[in-house]
Structures are given as structure tokens and as C-alpha cells.
Design a protein around this ligand. Structure first.
Ligand SMILES: C[S@@+](CC[C@H](N)C(=O)[O-])C[C@H]1O[C@@H](n2cnc3c(N)ncnc32)[C@H](O)[C@@H]1O
Length: 241
């Protein structure tokens, strides 16, 4: 993957005016559906299977998973830059997935889809060992301790990603928040499923285009960190045991 930023094709974003977006949805949407007696209408639908044939023109599963895809700049740029890969975003804010669907249709991107879904309900509907890589880029910080339960990143989250990723699959991470960075590194340091790794010359950041939040940080001079976690392969674990 040696494409440079300037080589990446770009979408004419001005053709797709963004509706006004409230920062957060109801805070209960960040918690699993099992914690509700009756699901409110504003709660993102709970999935039991993927609708691959309608999401991607080639009808195949997702190759790349974008958790919390937000306004979808990364998702759609990825689809343009890597037409051979299907990219699936999950996003808890319905209005954003609707807007992204309009851009995808306008740009004829048959390999991108953003699904209105809360990651709190898991990834059981994604086939095992089917995803080549996952990204979790600039997640919501939820800085107050009592709100940490709304953070998706946990050992359970890593176990779900471990199941859907192929052997050797990577989870790419970015954050502009020191507290989120420390929290993620702490979770990863104790994980049975992933090993924290730093990007370097041997394994550089592979995406030659920015996310919406990354562009915001770049414009404002806000520093951020980029790193990744490598899926731990059970066979290499047992071979080394
Ligand atoms: C700060 S934004 C970053 C968006 C994008 N990844 C980027 O880098 O520009 C975090 C996104 O994660 C979404 N999100 C937060 N919790 C979520 C959840 N439980 N399920 C799905 N999406 C979630 C938020 O709605 C928001 O759009």
C-alpha cells in the first residue's frame, strides 16, 4: 500500500450538504439492547445477520470494518482508494448513516456501506475470520468515569474483533485524547486477544487519507496518536507454550 495522499481520488463533498447533527444520541443507545425492557424507536436496530447482498455490489462480506465511522470520510475514501475491498461502517447516529448512504449512491460506491447500529450489541452477525482489518478511529472520549461503560473499547470488544478478523488481522487505532490513549493501552496490555504495536518503518500507517476528526485535528494543530493492535493467533500461542 504505497499510495500517497495526493494520489487518492477524492469525493466532491460540496455536492452533499451535511444536515445539522446533534453531537450525541440518547445515551442509552451506547448500551446493549439487553438493558432495555422495550426497545425505543430511537434505538438502532439490533442485527442478527448481515445484509451483504444489498450492502455491496459484489454481494460478499466486509473486508474492512470501521467502528464508529462518524461522517464517513474515511469509509468513503477507503472505498475509492481500495475498490477491491468492501468496507462496512457501523455508526450509532442514524442521521449520519443516512447522509453517508446519499453520498455512496451519488458517487456509485458499490463497496461501501454505513449501518445504523450500536456496537454495544456485538458483532455476532459478522462471519468468523472474514474481516481483513478493523479500524477504531477517534472514538468518543466519555471522559467522566461514570460514563466509561459507554466506551466500546474493552476486552469483550477485542474478543469480538478477534473472532471476525482473519489470522494476522490488525486493528488500527487513532485518538487525540490522552485519557483514551492511556485507557486503550491499558486494556490492550491485559488482552488475551490482541497485542499493542507501534507504527514504524516496518509497519507504517497504511491509510493515505484522513478521517473527519483527523482533518479537524490537523486544521487546529491538535496532536493525535496512531497505532495498531495485532490479533493474537491461538496456534502461535500454543506453539510457543
Ligand atoms: C469522534 S467520532 C469519530 C468518527 C470517525 N471515526 C472519525 O475519525 O472522524 C466517534 C464516532 O463514533 C460513534 N459511536 C460512538 N459510540 C458508538 C457505538 N456504541 N456504536 C456505533 N458508533 C458509535 C459516534 O456516534 C461518532 O460518530
Amino acid at each position: 500500500m504505497d499510495r500517497r495522499i495526493n494520489d487518492s481520488p477524492e469525493i466532491n463533498w460540496a455536492a452533499y450538504p451535511m444536515p445539522r447533527v446533534r453531537h450525541h444520541v440518547n445515551s442509552q443507545a451506547y448500551l446493549p439492547a439487553s438493558q432495555h425492557h422495550i426497545l425505543p424507536t430511537w434505538y438502532p436496530p439490533v442485527r442478527t445477520e448481515g445484509d451483504w447482498a444489498s450492502w455491496f455490489v459484489n454481494g460478499r462480506n466486509a473486508d474492512v470494518l470501521d467502528v464508529g465511522c462518524g461522517r464517513g470520510a474515511f469509509l468513503m475514501r477507503h472505498a475509492l482508494a481500495f475498490p477491491e475491498l468492501n468496507i462496512l461502517g457501523v455508526e450509532v447516529r442514524q442521521i449520519l448513516t443516512e447522509w453517508i448512504a446519499g453520498v455512496i449512491a451519488g458517487e456509485h460506491l458499490g463497496n461501501a456501506h454505513a449501518e445504523w447500529y450500536s456496537i454495544a450489541n456485538g458483532l455476532d452477525w459478522i462471519p468468523e475470520a472474514s474481516v481483513q482489518c478493523a479500524v477504531y478511529l477517534f472514538p468518543d472520549p466519555w471522559p467522566k468515569k461514570r460514563h466509561h461503560k459507554r466506551r466500546a473499547f474493552s476486552e469483550e470488544f477485542l474478543s469480538m474483533l478477534h473472532r471476525v478478523l482473519v489470522p494476522g488481522g490488525k486493528l488500527w487505532l487513532a485518538t487525540d485524547r490522552e485519557d483514551v490513549d492511556a485507557y486503550q493501552r491499558d486494556v490492550l496490555s491485559k488482552s488475551r486477544f490482541f497485542q499493542l504495536r507501534e507504527v514504524d518503518d516496518a509497519t507504517p500507517w497504511p491509510f493515505p487519507f484522513a478521517t473527519d476528526q483527523q482533518m479537524f485535528c490537523d486544521a487546529k494543530g491538535i496532536p493525535y496518536v496512531l497505532y495498531y493492535a495485532e490479533r493474537i493467533d491461538e496456534r502461535s500461542q500454543s506453539a510457543g507454550a
